[in-house]
Design a protein around this ligand. Structure first.
Ligand SMILES: [Zn+2]
Length: 99
């Protein structure tokens, strides 16, 4: 699929993927925080050992799930909301669904 600049018709188009990257990062942080919290709550006996183990495990699982969800959400934002494409010739930013 070839994307052309709506202004100068150049095919030198750069995809910014800003939402995808941001979504993945936010998802990782949110997932890790949620996982850590769940891990803490799940360790009532021996709170220190249980909490640390739970937090580690929760961070790993929650972080991965969060990153996947965040990236998916971010790419939707990229495609539909943000001006995800930038023309390298004239610098114009536009969205693929722009019309
Ligand atoms: Zn252009």
């Amino acid at each position: 699929m070839t994307i052309t600049c709506p202004i100068c018709q150049s095919t030198q188009i750069r995809s910014k993927d800003f939402g995808r990257k941001t979504g993945g990062t936010i998802g990782t942080i949110a997932g890790a925080a949620t996982g850590a919290e769940a891990g803490m709550a799940a360790g009532p006996v021996g709170a220190i050992v249980g909490g640390i183990a739970g937090a580690l495990l929760g961070s790993l699982c929650g972080g991965a799930a969060g990153a996947a969800a965040g990236s998916r959400f971010g790419s939707v934002v990229d495609d539909h909301v943000l001006n995800n494409y930038a023309c390298l010739d004239c610098g114009y930013s536009f969205s693929r669904h722009h019309c």
